[in-house]
Design a protein around this ligand. Structure first.
Ligand code: HEM
Length: 398
């Protein structure tokens, strides 16, 4: 082939390359044949992220990040912009839907031992942390009372760092308090970071496809694979339909159900709301933070409780990948979920007796999940199943 004609074919060849990659990624991709609906939350997270980026883009056409008009520009979106109320409702509730899916996705990973795929798990933990940052930054933008005071409380946590904490907080604020400079930089970061999240998702999926998905039984699926399409595309589409029905129900019928009433008042640095609290998806961390007697201790305990997710990828708790084979692990998992629900509820209560003591109790239960899983899995193995002889007898290593 002459040089000229090979150049003519180049675009076709590269588009064929793209088609091949798409095919490998989500059409003929070999997938275990027994994936349950708990494996739907990954695709739903992708959907939520896309909805957030798109609705956020349209909101940015009308939003203004100046401290004197930010609140009013949001009121303008709600009242004057065509379908602006819907855009806002979708974006605000979309954040809740995103975190709901993240918690289901992480819960699935903990229960079925998906964290054994360390690289995928750790990239997921990184995604969770950055997503938390994005949500926090976004919550400040409407510049209501809860936005302002939430930003003040959370940024102030950094003063718990000895010596450099205070200068760092001033640097982040761009002044001596949360103000106009803070709002502008938070807006820029809130706009750009979702694209970082999207790139991290691509890495997450590339890492996932190195070994492929695990499955609810936690057994090797190399001899029992099916094509991703049509089996899991149809299952994912069903998930999307159910999710969209529930999500649009929330956005259209109860758009303010999950929001804080205080945020209907413009930010006022001279008047602190009676109860400052974050959105529901951060309440568990807020309770853990409040249960410690001092701020530095609270910050360390809260950070540790979130980052303890990383430990799971380091050391597995049982010879079986999935918890479904080990009754004490199943029970402990549900105790852990119960403590998470209680911590979330307690975070919405005032910091007064008896809630403080309950918060302390459930914070301890929450953090003990990992060490208790290790101990009980070991005891179950030794007392009920008998000692493990060698790695070759380990059913999770395939
Ligand atoms: C924007 C956030 C995220 C997106 C879009 C996302 C997307 C996905 C998708 C599409 C899958 C394959 C389908 C499935 O197994 O559900 C997956 C699998 C997985 N994800 Fe995520 N994920 C996100 C966050 C996380 C987080 C926060 C973690 C953990 C801390 C995590 C850990 C995992 C693991 C371990 C798997 C493999 C599951 C298995 O095969 O058993 N992901 N993710």
């Amino acid at each position: 082939m002459s040089n000229e004609s090979s150049m003519e074919w180049a675009p076709l060849r590269s588009s064929l390359g793209v088609v091949k990659k798409v095919d490998e990624f989500c059409v003929s991709l070999p997938a275990p044949l027994n994936l349950s609906y708990w494996w739907n939350f990954g695709s739903l997270l992708g959907l939520c992220l896309s909805v957030q980026i798109l609705s956020g883009l349209f909101l940015s056409f009308h939003y203004s990040a100046h401290e004197s008009v930010a609140f009013l520009s949001v009121v303008h979106i709600d009242r004057d912009v065509n379908m602006g109320w819907l855009l806002r409702s979708v974006h605000a509730n979309g954040a809740s839907a995103y975190f709901f899916c993240i918690y289901m996705h992480i819960g699935r990973g903990l229960y079925y031992g998906s964290y054994l795929h360390s690289k995928v798990w750790l990239s997921g933990v990184a995604l969770y942390l950055v997503s938390m940052g994005v949500a926090f930054l976004g919550y400040v933008l409407p510049w209501g009372q809860m936005s302002f005071w939430g930003a003040t409380v959370i940024t102030n946590l950094l003063t718990a760092i000895p010596v450099i904490g205070e200068p760092i907080v001033y640097w982040i604020w761009g002044g001596y308090g949360v103000g106009g400079a803070t709002l502008t930089r938070f807006y820029s970061l809130h706009f750009i970071l979702p694209f970082v999240v999207a790139s991290m998702v691509v890495v997450h999926l590339i890492l996932l496809h190195e070994k492929g998905s695990s499955n609810p039984l936690g057994v090797s699926s190399s001899t029992a694979k099916i094509r991703f399409h049509p089996y899991y595309t149809s299952k994912d589409i069903l998930g999307v339909v159910v999710f969209l029905a529930l999500f649009m129900g929330l956005c259209l019928l109860k758009p303010h159900l999950l929001g804080a009433p205080d945020n209907f008042f413009p930010a006022n640095p001279l008047s602190t709301p009676a109860h400052i609290q974050p959105e529901w998806y951060f309440l568990f961390a807020y309770t853990i933070l409040r249960s410690m007697p001092s701020k530095p201790l609270g910050v360390v305990y809260m950070g540790f409780s979130i980052l303890s997710l990383c430990f799971f990828s380091g050391y597995h708790t049982s010879v079986f990948q999935s918890n479904c084979w080990t009754p004490p692990l199943k029970a402990l998992f549900w105790v852990f979920v119960g403590s998470l629900v209680m911590l979330t509820w307690l975070g919405s209560k005032a910091a007064e007796p008896p809630y403080i003591a309950w918060g302390q109790f459930f914070s301890v239960v929450f953090i003990l999940y990992y060490p208790l899983s290790l101990v009980s899995a070991h005891c179950w193995q030794v007392l009920v199943r008998g000692p493990v002889e060698s790695d070759s007898s380990n059913p999770r290593i395939s």
